[in-house]
Design a protein around this ligand. Structure first.
Ligand SMILES: [Mg+2]
Length: 370
C-alpha cells in the first residue's frame, strides 16, 4: 500500500457563537482537511487547525507547507510506516506541528482501514468507558457565564472549563458567579491561556481562586516563562497544568525536571499528531505528570484522532475535544451524547466525511500526486 495522491482542502467552519479566549476572539474557524488516497483505493482523512499564537502556523501557511515540502516527502510511502513517515516529515521541516498532524492522522486512518480495526486497537487497545468532555466557556460577563453554567448542568455536563485571563479584573467574579450558580455539583477547571502576565499576578489570582474548589489551573503565565512556573508552584497546593508551554519533548523535559506542574495538556495540533503525542504521554508518565488531550476547535476528524489516542494510553486522564459541538456545520459525524463521546469499533477514525458539506465549506483546494 502506497500513498498515491493527496487533496488539501482549506475550509471555513461556521461557529454557533463566537469563541473568546485571552489572546483572540474567533467568529469562525479555518481548518485544512487532508485527503490521502492509496494506490489500492483506500481513502484516509486528516486535519490541521493551526493556532499561530502557539506554533506560528497559519491556515494558508499549512496549505503551502503540505503542498511544497511535507507531502512530497511522503508520497509513495506506505502509510503504515508511521515512524519512517515522521522521520521524513521532521527532516523536511522543523516544527509545523499542525501541518504534520494532518498527515499523521490521515496515515492512522488509512492504517486502521487497511487492517479493518479502529485506531485505538492499533495503539494497544482501549479502556472500556467512553471519553467525556467538559463544557468550554468563553470569556464573558459573570452573569452570562452563570446562566450558561446552569444550562450546561441541565444538559448533563459534569465539568466546566472556564476561559480566564480577560484582563478586565473580572476573572475571580466569573468563577464566583459560576460556582454560586451550580453549587458543588460540577467540577470547574480554569484556563488563563497565559493571560495573567507574570508569576506575581498568577499567585495573587490563584490565591483568590482557592475558595471555589477549582480542579486545576491551566497555563496561568506566559508559555516562554518556564522558570516562572516554579515560582507559582511554591505557594499553592492547587493543581497546575501547562498547555502552550509544552509543544515538544524538550519542553516537557523542563516540567518533568522541575515538577512545577501536575499535568500537561497535549494537543495533536501542537506536536504533530497521534504518534508524537503518544510518545509525550509516555514521557510524562515516566516523569510523574498526568496528561489531558486538548484541541483547537477541530472537526470530527481531528477530534476523533484525539479520542482514539486518549482511550489507548493509561496516562491520559482527561479529554477536551469539543470542537464538533461548537460548529453550525462540519463535514464529520462524531457522536456526542453529553457528557460522553461515542467512539465506535469502525475501522480507522470511525468518521464518515460528508463530501457535500465539505464542498459547501471549501475556500480553496489543491491536489498533490506522486
Ligand atoms: Mg489551554
Amino acid at each position: 500500500m502506497k500513498i498515491a495522491r493527496a487533496t488539501i482542502t482549506l475550509i471555513d467552519l461556521p461557529l454557533l457563537e463566537p469563541f473568546v479566549v485571552s489572546y483572540a476572539s474567533y467568529a469562525s474557524m479555518p481548518s485544512v482537511i487532508l485527503t490521502l488516497e492509496t494506490d489500492d483505493g483506500l481513502v484516509g482523512y486528516g486535519e490541521s487547525v493551526p493556532d499561530g499564537h502557539i506554533t506560528g502556523e497559519t491556515p494558508t501557511g499549512v496549505v503551502e507547507a503540505l503542498k511544497t515540502e511535507l507531502l512530497p516527502a511522503v508520497l509513495g510511502m506506505d502509510p503504515q510506516d508511521i515512524t519512517a513517515i515522521h522521520q521524513r516529515l521532521n527532516a523536511a521541516l522543523k516544527g509545523c506541528g499542525a501541518a504534520k498532524a494532518a498527515i499523521d492522522i490521515a496515515c492512522w486512518d488509512l492504517a486502521g482501514k487497511a487492517a479493518g480495526r479502529p485506531i485505538y486497537s492499533l495503539l494497544g487497545g482501549r479502556r472500556p468507558e467512553q471519553p467525556t468532555i467538559a463544557r468550554v466557556m468563553s470569556i464573558l460577563a459573570p452573569e452570562v457565564l452563570a446562566e450558561q453554567a446552569i444550562h450546561a448542568k441541565h444538559e448533563g455536563y459534569r465539568h466546566l472549563k472556564m476561559k480566564l485571563g480577560g484582563g478586565d479584573g473580572q476573572d475571580i467574579e466569573r468563577v464566583r458567579a459560576v460556582r454560586a450558580a451550580i453549587g458543588n455539583d460540577l467540577g470547574i477547571r480554569v484556563d488563563a491561556n497565559q493571560g495573567w502576565a507574570d508569576p506575581a499576578m498568577a499567585r495573587t489570582m490563584i490565591r483568590a481562586l482557592e475558595p471555589f474548589d477549582v480542579d486545576w489551573v491551566e497555563q496561568p503565565i506566559l508559555a516562554d516563562d518556564v522558570d516562572g512556573f516554579r515560582l507559582v508552584r511554591q505557594d499553592t497546593g492547587m493543581r497546575l497544568m501547562a498547555d502552550e508551554a509544552v509543544v515538544d519533548a524538550q519542553d516537557l523535559a523542563h516540567f518533568v525536571r522541575d515538577r512545577s506542574v501536575d499535568m500537561v495538556n497535549l494537543k495533536l495540533m501542537k506536536s504533530g499528531g497521534i504518534t508524537p503525542c503518544h510518545r509525550l504521554a509516555t514521557q510524562a508518565e515516566l516523569g510523574g505528570l498526568k496528561v489531558q488531550i486538548g484541541s483547537m476547535l477541530e472537526t470530527s476528524i481531528a477530534s476523533s484522532a484525539g479520542f482514539h489516542l486518549a482511550l489507548s494510553h493509561p496516562n491520559i486522564v482527561s479529554t477536551e475535544l469539543s470542537g464538533p459541538l461548537r460548529f453550525a456545520k462540519e463535514p464529520g459525524n462524531l457522536k456526542y451524547v453529553i457528557p460522553d463521546v461515542h467512539i465506535t469499533e469502525k475501522p480507522g477514525l470511525g468518521v464518515d466525511v460528508d463530501l457535500e458539506v465539505l464542498a459547501e465549506l471549501t475556500i480553496s483546494e489543491c491536489e498533490v500526486s506522486a
